[in-house]
Design a protein around this ligand. Structure first.
Ligand SMILES: Cc1cc2nc3c(=O)[nH]c(=O)nc-3n(C[C@H](O)[C@H](O)[C@H](O)COP(=O)(O)OP(=O)(O)OC[C@H]3O[C@@H](n4cnc5c(N)ncnc54)[C@H](O)[C@@H]3O)c2cc1C
Length: 492
């Protein structure tokens, strides 16, 4: 007779060992001591985004004083390489004994909530041997990011099959790609294109950056004078981290505020920063003057103006035009010009992936997240004991990992005090007539991957608690003050 083994059980399961999952594990361990937890990660190691992306030059475009956690000082130059970020995360894992709580090579396939058992059951695929594995948990802390790690987004252009060269997406950069002596066209104008271009410009015969429309760039030196001064004065690193963090946040707040209040002035300042590198004769209007207002899309940071230095050196040419079709030799633009290429790099973004592609059910009913309403961009109506860490886009993502971490731990501790086994959010009578809106205000922030898949994302409501503001400064004040006994929380 075979005896069925009971699944391993944990108080909390954290999905994903990227910067969100590791930070959440830290907060749980710190603020809810005694709770058992497990981090399930599909990849063979930690880091998520910073492990997946290996294209030349891969780096942050936020400063690490705020992209790093509030609890772990950053001690280097503000903009960091993927390798430096992975090293930092490795130290957090090691210093806080998180290693033994992570199971790598475990893909969560489905998550089923049972109200009778007040429990989540997770079906995983153990990728080492393709074996199904089951875990149960009281609470799910979703840190699986927002995009498909297996493949980036490449639009389908006419004639692509005719192109006789190689097409490469930065997210799946071939280890052995040799660009020596090649003519390369890099499609894209966001942070990835701005990073890849200077990193490969000296290797190729020539690099053309092809963009449909221009982006705002912020050329600055990769240094923080205040941090350097404090370091020279031998101030403790924990103090430096806190002081510089506050300085960066203050500057960010001012920039965000000014982008809305005086967009024309901010626009001029940004353009002047680029013009200072390219000189008065460069066609700024065509290549570097965006049509949208600053901060509607992320402003791409250009350390030391490296992209513009490549242009000045004649190694990089900008082409602002639309693709008509691919040809045997390259790309035919709508203007009629043909860009000849041996390699085409498509820095065209991500495929959004809602909640890690996991099939969710609640009491046997499949959950369609597009029919749920989000509580402050964290919890979802009708889905008990589950929360998603979706960071900030315009401020550093990780700022939200820390404040949402505080919120979850406060909620878990509150449930313990109330002897509650589950909590879910539900619309209140006063929400009956509220307007149901898309996940994020399109006018406020509108990157392509969100626009393409907004219909798959949870909704937001017009009443304040159902909003997803992406406003760090507001949430920093509001989240710690949320009344956990408010009528939007239903406990069992
Ligand atoms: C190249 C690049 C540069 C960026 N730079 C910045 C920046 O400078 N500043 C900034 O604020 N933001 C930046 N971002 C946004 C960035 O994605 C976030 O800041 C952050 O790294 C996301 O962390 P995360 O842990 O939430 O998600 P991810 O990094 O996506 O990690 C999620 C993890 O969950 C795992 N996972 C997913 N689904 C499952 C499943 N079903 N089962 C098990 N495991 C699963 C994944 O394998 C992954 O390891 C950048 C993004 C990219 C792609």
């Amino acid at each position: 007779m075979s005896i069925r083994k009971r699944p391993e059980h944990f108080d909390v399961i954290i999905a994903g060992a990227g910067i969100s999952g590791i930070g959440s594990a830290y907060h749980l361990h710190d603020q809810c001591p005694g709770k058992s937890y497990l981090v399930l990660e599909e990849m063979e190691s930690y880091g998520g985004t910073w492990l997946t992306h290996t294209y030349p030059g891969v780096r942050s475009d936020s400063d690490l004083y705020t992209f790093g956690y509030r609890f772990k000082p950053w001690t280097k130059a503000p903009i960091a390489s993927a390798e430096e970020i992975l090293h930092y995360l490795g130290e957090v894992i090691h210093e806080n004994d998180i290693d033994r709580h992570i199971r790598y090579n475990h893909r969560i396939v489905s998550a089923s909530w049972s109200s009778d058992d007040q429990l989540w059951t997770l079906e995983c695929l153990r990728l080492e041997d393709d074996k199904p594995t089951i875990f149960t948990a009281n609470f799910l802390w979703m840190c699986q990011g927002y995009y498909d790690h297996s493949q980036g987004y490449t639009p389908q252009w006419e004639g692509m099959d005719n192109f006789e060269g190689q097409v490469v997406h930065p997210q799946t950069w071939p280890e052995d790609l040799d660009l020596g002596g090649k003519r390369v066209v890099l499609i894209g104008s966001g942070a990835t294109a701005a990073t890849v271009a200077p990193a490969i410009a000296n290797d190729c015969e020539h690099l053309t950056v092809l963009q449909r429309s221009p982006t705002y760039f912020l050329p600055e030196y990769n240094a923080n004078d205040l941090a350097d001064l404090l370091r020279n004065l031998k101030v403790d690193e924990a103090w430096i981290h806190e002081i510089v963090r506050r300085q960066v946040l203050e500057k960010m707040a001012e920039f965000t505020h000014r982008s809305v209040e005086e967009p024309e002035i901010v626009r001029e300042e940004l353009l002047a920063g680029v013009r200072a590198f390219l000189g008065p004769d460069y066609d700024m209007e065509k290549h570097f003057t965006p049509k949208y207002r600053p901060w509607q899309q992320r402003v791409a940071f250009v350390p030391e103006g490296d992209l513009f230095q490549g242009i000045n050196a004649g190694k990089v040419t900008m082409a602002t035009d639309e693709i008509g079709r691919f040809t045997k030799n390259g790309i035919l633009l709508k203007s009629g010009e043909e860009l000849e290429a041996d390699v085409i790099i498509t820095a065209t973004g991500f495929n959004l992936c809602v909640l890690g592609g996991i099939q969710f059910t609640v009491d046997g009913e499949p959950v369609d997240f597009a029919k749920t309403v989000t509580y402050r961009g964290m919890m979802f109506s009708g889905v008990p004991n589950m929360l998603w860490v979706f960071g900030y886009f315009r401020a550093s993502w990780t700022l939200r990992v820390d404040i949402v971490g505080d919120f979850v731990c406060r909620l878990l501790n509150h449930m313990k005090t109330r002897h509650a086994r589950s909590v879910e959010v539900a619309l209140r009578p006063e929400d009956a007539d509220m307007e149901i809106l898309p996940w994020i205000d399109n006018d406020n922030f509108n990157p392509g991957y969100l626009q393409r898949s907004m219909h798959l994302m949870p909704r937001r409501g017009s009443n304040p608690v159902w909003q997803h503001t992406q406003d760090y400064w507001n949430e920093r004040e509001e989240l710690p003050r949320v009344d956990l006994d408010g009528s939007e929380f239903v406990y069992h």
